[in-house]
Design a binder for this molecule. Structure first.
Ligand code: AVJ
Length: 329
């Protein structure tokens, strides 16, 4: 097993090295239009701000998904069956996971996969407290890349990849299909994917979720620049940038940008990057799907939607995907 992916590493080994961040920033800011990857949001401060976003009244996603888990976790657990190895993509606060684990029948192990070490450690600690019998095998890795899953303590009946929070929405359709196809390989023949998918709805409601009145999302967005300042010593003046999140109804997604408030130059290592007034850096897409859209996406990845749990207003969905064209077992 690849020890670089396991958890017990020194602190300096568990974070992307500054040279990699510098390279990512330099490359993204050289693109036209400028673009930085959304995983850059999630340093310790960014992960804490995301938890705060989830508590904002406008951010319906988390509340809806938790309500779905609250109502259906028993039914979901029954659908997954007994002796499941649960692999979570992006561990987050672990609240929904704990709701699921309470109902799972004889789970084999829990494998949280996380690119940010702090939330990984926190969620494992909380989980071990509540489920002392359940072996957890944290994996410090980028879930968008092929994973080497740790050897389970006993043979699972199936591996279920849990991907809550509508994080799949951060991937453009083509990349989302590629990621689902990769997940299909990792889960094996008998496996499944339990995934949270945010649904299309009134654009006013969607836009409000990404422009909360308290300004937490704006701070979350600009923290990406603060993080780069902290870790690679760039000199972004945060007051000279603004958060902008707009719903693109044609593409069915929120598009989040960092907008330069004026013409300016920023030092990225030894390079200078020029930004014009109103020039934007694209930092995130949050794609929204209808149930039909998502079934078509899954189909492209060789997956079939076996179950959908959704609320009466069709705000959000939790879906269970299995390999397409397999006889039911
Ligand atoms: C964690 C990716 C699902 O896109 O809704 C929240 C991240 N960005 N507010 C989302 C996020 C701004 C969130 N996901």
């Amino acid at each position: 097993m690849n020890s670089a992916q396991t958890c017990g590493l020194r602190d300096d080994e568990r974070r992307p090295p500054a040279s990699e961040l510098l390279e990512v920033a330099r490359r993204g800011l050289a693109l036209k239009p400028k673009r930085l990857p959304s995983w850059l949001f999630y340093d310790e401060r960014g992960s804490a701000l995301f938890e705060q976003i989830c508590e904002q009244p406008e951010y319906y996603l988390t509340r809806c998904e938790i309500a779905l888990m609250d109502e259906h976790a028993g039914d979901i657990a029954d659908s997954l069956g007994s002796d499941v190895r649960l692999v979570e993509y992006g561990s987050g606060s672990g609240r929904k996971t704990r709701m699921l684990l309470r109902h799972l029948h004889q789970p084999v192990s829990y494998v949280p996969v996380e690119i940010s070490p702090e939330p990984l450690q926190q969620s494992v600690q909380r989980l071990t407290r509540e489920f002392p019998q359940l072996p957890s095998q944290p994996l410090y890795a980028d879930f968008s890349k092929p994973l080497r899953l740790p050897i389970p303590p006993r043979a699972p009946r199936r591996t279920v990849l849990y991907f809550p929070g509508s994080t799949i929405g951060n991937f453009e359709a083509h990349d989302a299909v590629a990621l689902l196809r990769k997940m299909r390989n990792e889960m094996g023949d008998a496996g499944g994917i339990l995934i949270g998918v945010d649904l299309k709805k009134d654009p006013v409601v969607i836009e409000a979720a990404y422009n909360d009145a308290a300004g937490v999302t704006a701070e979350f967005t600009l923290n990406m620049l603060a993080r780069l300042n902290r870790e690679i010593g760039s000199d972004f003046d945060l007051a000279a940038f603004a958060h902008r999140a707009r719903y693109n109804p044609m593409a069915g997604r929120i598009e989040t940008h960092i907008v330069s408030r004026r013409e300016q130059q920023v030092a990225i290592g030894r390079h200078k990057v020029r930004l014009g007034a109103d020039e934007t850096i694209q930092v995130e897409y949050s794609c929204k799907y209808s149930l039909e859209d998502f079934a078509a996406l899954a189909d492209k990845a060789g997956l079939a939607v076996q179950r959908v749990w959704t609320d009466s207003q069709r705000m959000f969905s939790v879906q269970y995907l299995v390999r397409a064209g397999l006889p039911a077992r």
